[in-house]
Design a protein around this ligand. Sequence first.
Ligand code: BES
Ligand code: ZN
Length: 621
Amino acid sequence: MRILALALGALIAVPASAQTAQVAPILTTPEAKDIWTHARPEIARVTHVALDLRVNFASQTLSGSAILDILTAPGAREIILDVDNMNIQTVAALNGPNLPYKIGPRDAELGSALTIQLNPGTKRIRITYNTKPSASALQWLPPELTAGKVKPYLFSQGQPINNRSWIPTQDSPGIRQTWSATLTVPDNMVAVMSGDRLSGDKGMQRANGGRAYEFRMNRPVPPYLIALAVGDLAFKATGKRSGVWTEPSMLDAAAYEVGDVEKMIDAAQALYGPYRWGRYDMLVLPPSFPYGGMENPTLTFLTPTIITGDRSNTDVVAHELAHSWSGNLVTNATWSDSWLNEGFTTYFENRIMEAVYGKTRAALYADLDWDGLQKDLTEAKNGPTTRLHGDPGATAGQLDYFKGSTMLRTIEVAVGRKRFDAYLRSYFDRYAFQPQTSAGFLADIRQRLIRGDKALEARLQLDRWVYQPGLPANAVHVQSAILAKVDAQLAAVKAGGSVSAVKTTGWSTQQWMRFLNGLPRQQTPARLKELDQGLGLSASTNAYVRSAWAELAIANRYEPALPSIEAFVNSVGRGLLIRPVYQALVAQGDWGKPIAARFFAKAKASYHPVTAGQVEKIIAK
Ligand code: BES
Ligand code: ZN
């Protein structure tokens, strides 16, 4: 199916603040309809958001205003925004009359529609509002949960649909907006955002107290990419266009860990064309950050769990950097096609890793992803949730990542790298700053790469990959020689060999993962003790190791490991590492469920609202 674009921008004068940026057309095809938004962009849409917010740690609120520039279709009488759980004080035309508005019923997932009546010719609206302490995008951390333990901390996580809890706008990935923001924060704190910094590193003193920081994003981005953090932050450069922000005590370790980033940017540009976002900085957050990383433009957010001292988790940096093309430049129009963001990015991530570290090391990550693919397929029984295109948020496990990247690798092998790279590079150029759908991508690759080659079409099976469950038989599996050696040691242990014979010196996170996840799930207490003590699992400072060990120990109801597991789920809030621990406990029924509830009761206050909600659901089972 072809994407029909309604070029509304051509019919109506573009507001001044949006003039520097291209205003993307509005998608109107059925498959691009986003069921996760209340917005009706074909009637009226937001093109620019200007925020002016005061950050109040005492009340855990943001308060101030949002000025929205809007584009309207002829005769439009209203604009519909997404809001969730916020207090709206006033809605008015900018420097004009108040506008009647209505907040619709709250859907637990989608929040409410904010419908604002427009006067003929209304082009700018001013909304004054404040957020609530329970805003789903925001985590307000008390000083105890920071590294420094003296100042509080605030950060946001927008993807997929949380930003409507702090920004009243049209919160759909198919809609692009430029934005600007002024954040006023307590005197001794620093604010960062996912856009250009206009005020210096120290902000500006405000007459009525606090420091003001100004930011701007003049390239049109989907609203989920607007992000902020406020804390005791310091900066260290890692190169001419990159650097790290984090709490002072973590700065040196963080800067070392991500020190290969300039090489990664060079490699990425050589593959997919210019990096179009200016700076590439990273923010290393407190351990409650719910993800490994988040690709907020100009400022990737990273979990501190990647800091293992050996740069073995820089795949996360390569991944978030790759989103600067797949995701931030070309964006899934709806969350039904998240593989266009995550699958493409996982493929590109591995290409960046190969360019920077070589084939052997890249194969390590790709082979581990293959393990993840098989695990997700098995757990979902190759059922409907193993389709790439499906209900938003419904893809099993990380199949949008693993099946998506395997599909692209399979195409690469079939057509040859040179041809595929040229195609992908042109794909990014042609769709830059636009939303994309599965159907749109398939039409494009057929037109530009397959070009009627029937044999190639039959070989690739693209529709099967995207629309059918399971894994097509042509899937390419990259195997790692390094992991094959781990498998050999694993085989010896499985055959009853002693744990002390396992040579783990210098093991990367990935070698540990292959070993621990490869151990048979049923183990005797004696063997678990030998593993724990021989390999130092409960005492490991590597969060990935602690998580994988917890899963194994819990599967065997191995109680000596519980104190370390409890400490772990109280010190890390990254969903990918803690959810499996809670799931393993719940799977142990009468033995595990009360333990899960007990751990969560204590740890909950340290989790991001989204993660807390996810764990709550696991425990309720
Ligand atoms: N964009 C994702 C994070 C995300 C996914 C947020 C879904 C909200 C909903 C980010 O790029 C990501 O994929 N992070 C991974 C790391 C990566 C190396 C696999 C993660 O968090 O583990
Ligand atoms: Zn990603």
